[in-house]
Design a protein around this ligand. Structure first.
Ligand code: TXA
Ligand code: MG
Length: 322
């Protein structure tokens, strides 16, 4: 049985109890909803993979309540520490060697010597971490291969009956997963573009991050297969106009034929704002599926700022299914 509860103090206390007992709780972060379990418990972690129907045990992100908790789990080199101090709490995940007394179980780390860690900013996530008192591992709270959820209803659509509780904290503000930067190698590398733009991280570091733009980005984070972010509808990218039978995913009004347009067109951001576009991306993709749309023409989205992450998710959503 899955309980869906408004995320008040009482519900958060109940959620922390469920985690302590080895159960699964879906909760909002500032990026997308996470499917959380006690990071120290391999049994609890295994339930995450079962609930998501993951084909393999991808490593998970450990969520902690503050920097000192992070330093108990990860050996952050000075440059990583610098980013942590600037961007935490917030949508930045750091990959670094695991600390000797790291309590995150091997299963959650997929047997790696490294750990992916972040301090979420969302008040519900922060309160849950404080109430639970230890690291919570959480992938996005969707079935494997589906679009990441940005509302409690999205989570319920995928995972109802498979998780013990869903904490409803409304729509997640960023709508896009965290940016992942790895300090397991030199120079540091962006493994996944996300809610913090590459340029902001590079400015904070005072240097460029290694590699990764465009198609290369699809293979680096383990488990990030090309078709990971997949709606049922087929997407045609870089479209300038709709072909017969297509719906449209627009950006800044390029595809729309004006106010009387009767075709089904959703605009990521009519005013061309990339932050707004990121926040709308996954719910718009789900809206096409909800309407039974089969083919979607997608307008070009600029590559600057959050555009890098948006285009990454669009390419994955458009790539051939495994
Ligand atoms: O915004 C987010 O990051 C959300 C919220 C819930 O925090 N979480 C999320 O988790 O997107 P997930 O499991 O969907 O993606 C985690 C990514 C995966 O691509 C995984 O391969 C990578 O992090 N990852 C985890 N541990 C890693 C490690 N030690 N080295 C490299 N990549 C790692
Ligand atoms: Mg995911």
């Amino acid at each position: 049985m899955t309980t869906i509860a408004r995320a008040d103090d009482e519900a958060i206390a109940r959620a922390a109890r469920i985690l302590r007992e080895g159960g699964l709780v879906a909760f909002p972060t500032e990026t997308v909803y996470g499917l959380g379990a006690d990071a120290s418990s391999a049994r609890a972690t295994a339930k995450i993979y079962a609930a998501k129907g993951r084909p393999s045990f991808n490593p998970l992100i450990a969520h902690v309540c503050d920097l000192s908790a992070a330093l108990r789990e990860a050996k952050l080199p000075p440059a990583a520490l610098k980013l942590a101090k600037i961007f935490w709490p917030g949508p930045l995940t750091l990959v670094a060697p695991a600390a000797d007394r790291c309590c995150v179980c091997d299963l959650a780390r997929a047997g790696l010597e490294t750990i992916a860690i972040r301090v979420p900013a969302h008040p519900v996530a922060a309160a849950l971490l404080r109430a639970f008192g230890g690291p919570i591992v959480a992938p996005s709270a969707n079935l494997s291969g589906h679009v990441s959820p940005v509302t409690a209803e999205h989570v319920a659509a995928d995972l109802s009956g498979k998780v013990d509780m869903i904490l409803d904290g409304g729509r997640t503000p960023a709508g896009l997963e965290s940016t992942i930067v790895s300090f397991a190698e030199e120079p540091p590398r962006m493994l996944r573009p996300g809610a913090i733009a590459r340029a902001d991280i590079e400015a904070a570091l005072g240097r460029e991050l290694a590699g990764l733009s465009g198609a290369e980005a699809q293979i680096v984070a383990p488990g990030m297969t090309a078709s990971h972010y997949a709606p049922r509808a087929r997407l045609r990218l870089e479209a300038r106009a709709l072909e017969p039978g297509e719906a449209g995913l627009d950006f800044a009004g390029l595809l729309s034929g004006g106010a009387q347009d009767s075709r089904f067109i959703l605009d990521l951001s009519p005013r061309g704002d990339l932050i707004e576009a990121a926040a709308n991306l996954f719910s718009h993709l789900r809206a096409f599926d909800a309407r039974g749309v089969e083919r979607v023409a997608v307008a070009p989205v600029p590559q600057d700022g959050l555009g890098e992450a948006i285009n990454d998710r669009l390419r994955r959503a458009a790539s051939p299914r495994e």
